[in-house]
Design a protein around this ligand. Structure first.
Ligand code: K1U
Ligand code: ZN
Length: 173
């Protein structure tokens, strides 16, 4: 397993629609392992393949935050939302590709998602709470959408400028 660098917005690879994974092979299993390690190291509760520069429809997440509770690493290949609740909730979201910026985003509070697991089996589950917010945030990444795309243009522009400055500073360091 190895850590993979996380792309920082703005980057065209974060705006592209990712390709479906045609089959589960060792390269996909290695990518999933690396992404879980990268997510836990960050630390974060989710990570989508485009954030590590891979344009494939794969995401990982683990929204267990309570200390003492067993981790629940999840790998979702080709995930699809099959149902969304009319009820919504607002969560102050962050993003590992937009460090230290947070904003309220409104999304359906429950979603049904189907996906393929690393054994090639089709699975589905209803997510709620933080899990529902996170899986929708990660599926957005697979469609080239960032949480700042839900914000007013001025706020989005302000965050983008901050990220451009951060990238310049990191390149100089
Ligand atoms: O996709 C990403 O960029 C990861 C992102 C996921 C996410 C966060 C909040 C709402 C929806 C989706 C993160 O993990 S940001 C870091 C974070 O939220 C966190 C980090 C450590 C402990 C708890 C949360
Ligand atoms: Zn994100």
């Amino acid at each position: 397993m190895s850590l993979r660098p996380i792309l920082i917005h703005p980057d065209p690879r974060l705006k592209a629609v990712a390709d479906a994974v045609p089959e589960i092979d060792d390269s996909i299993r290695r990518l999933a392992d690396d992404m879980l390690e990268t997510m836990y190291d960050a630390p974060g509760i989710g990570l989508a393949a485009p954030q590590v520069g891979v344009g494939k429809r794969l995401l990982v997440m683990d929204c267990i935050k309570e200390e003492g509770e067993a981790p629940r690493p999840m790998v979702l290949v080709n995930p699809e939302v099959t149902w969304s609740s009319d009820e919504t909730n607002v969560y102050e979201e962050g993003c590992l590709s937009i460090p230290e910026q947070y904003a309220d985003v409104e999304r359906p509070s429950e979603v049904d998602v189907s996906w393929i697991d690393l054994d090639g089996k089709t699975r589905s589950e209803r997510f709620d709470g933080l899990w529902a917010t996170c899986v929708q945030h990660e599926i957005d990444h697979l469609n080239g959408k960032l949480f700042i795309d839900y914000l007013k243009p001025l706020k989005r522009q302000m965050i983008t400028r901050k990220m451009q400055k951060l990238k310049r500073e990191r390149a100089r360091a």
